[in-house]
Unconditional design. Structure first.
Length: 335
């Protein structure tokens, strides 16, 4: 009876996936006069957040809504950068101030900017935003980098020394502190997971990374070792993790420990959603794999020598970057 109940709960977590359906490639382009662009995140409506780059180090946070042209997000008169987008088209990131410091910000659906302040901070940056509008990031206070959580209405909670890099739907935070991977619960209580490298997390507070060259999953009920050379980049809410092992794209079944090789080397599984649909790369091409492991090589941008994947939505939209032989690159989407 208990096994049946668990199976029912797991089945209920699966989201119908569409990433196995034909995805059209879109060259997202750049702002007028700019030379390069990157995509950093995509939501379930197909809206992509990213950055457009001009000459030198000039850059601007942008958003590409589906069926619309590139939109420059407001700034403070200087450079800006986007890091994440939520279901309501709210983008998190930073804007450079007149003093040359990074200021954590978020942009609403119309592109208007809100500064995310922290008392006593000289600089700050926002790294992630959940669908409720809660933002995770860091701020420098008295010369020390502190992890920060901003409520949707802007109130800042300083969690302690470190950097908050992921926030779940329940406001659990994953990040780093002093070389350690750490988790803060919604009350701000910190748990050190390991001295290691943080690579990814899900919406339940599980995290992925490496410790001394070994792949690790830090689950809510304990740690799971994936072995030497494993690099898990992402994890679902319902029992799958993806990454690479011996330069091959793999998918791990977290419950059974089974390892599924998705493609031969060189390949990488970068992102996975709750339908167990995976997005990554095979050679120089972007690809997806459905739940059964069937591979689809995504269309390539004409003239591009390499494609990479930056983000995958729950409904199968993929955002990434196409790189050209001359070293330039442009944001692309398969949606």
């Amino acid at each position: 009876m208990r096994i049946a109940m668990v199976a029912a709960v797991v089945a209920a977590l699966f989201v119908p996936g569409t990433a196995h359906a034909a995805l059209a490639l879109e060259d997202l382009g750049t702002l007028p006069g700019d030379l390069r662009s990157t995509a950093v995140d995509v939501n379930d409506s197909g809206a992509v957040a990213g950055n457009s780059y001009g000459a030198g180090t000039s850059q601007h946070a942008v958003r590409w809504d589906k069926f619309e042209q590139i939109r420059k997000l407001a700034d403070l008169g200087f450079d800006s950068g986007a890091t994440a987008i939520n279901r309501d088209y709210v983008v998190a990131g930073y804007a450079i101030t007149a003093a040359g410091q990074s200021q954590a910000v978020k942009w609403n659906s119309s592109g208007a900017l809100t500064q995310l302040t922290v008392p006593g901070a000289t600089s700050s940056i926002a790294y992630d935003i959940n669908d409720s509008g809660t933002v995770a990031g860091s701020a420098t206070i008295n010369g020390v980098t502190q992890a920060v959580l901003w409520a949707s209405w802007g109130e800042a909670t300083v969690l302690g020394e470190g950097s908050a890099q992921h926030v779940t739907t329940g406001n659990t935070v994953i990040g780093t502190s002093g070389g350690n991977v750490v988790r803060w619960n919604s009350s701000g209580v910190r748990t050190v997971l390991d001295a290691g490298v943080f690579l990814g997390a899900n919406q339940l507070g599980d995290a992925t990374g490496t410790v001394g060259g070994n792949g690790v999953l830090w689950l809510r009920n304990g740690k799971k070792q994936l072995g030497s050379g494993a690099r898990p980049f992402d994890i679902t809410d319902n029992g799958a993790a993806v990454g690479d092992l011996a330069s091959q794209a793999v998918r791990w079944d977290v419950t059974t420990g089974a390892v599924e090789t998705l493609a031969p080397a060189p390949s990488r599984a970068s992102e996975v959603n709750n339908s167990w649909v995976v997005a990554g790369t095979v050679g120089t091409s972007a690809a997806t794999w459905d739940m059964s492991g069937t591979q689809t090589v995504l269309p390539s941008l004409a003239g591009a020598s390499r494609h990479s994947v930056a983000a995958l939505s729950e409904v199968g939209h993929v955002a990434g970057v196409a790189t050209f032989a001359d070293g330039t690159y442009r944001a692309v989407a398969w949606r």
